[in-house]
Design a protein around this ligand. Sequence first.
Ligand code: FES
Length: 105
Amino acid sequence: MIRACTVDELPPGESVRLPGPPAIAVFNAGGQLYAIGDTCTHQDASLADGWLEGCFVECPLHAALFDLRTGMPTCLPAKDPVPTYTVRVDDGVVYVRGVAGEDAA
Ligand code: FES
């Protein structure tokens, strides 16, 4: 598990970027937390800098839309999914799981 931030540091509508590698973007979409790969699969934009729209994030560079639940792009120009990671909250701290080499913790 990787410590991302405290719950207070990630209010609804906000995101945090974990530099990695791999870089991970953690979002609070209306109170639900999601973690996906931060790097857009079209080019190298940071999705943590994108715009939240419900359970989707719009890439800040060319506006591809990714589903935070699955990592799948829902429109061009991105064609490939970004990875998704499990988010856990424990005692007011947000953790991300699923990064290679970090699962055993
Ligand atoms: S870099 Fe994300 S859509 Fe182009």
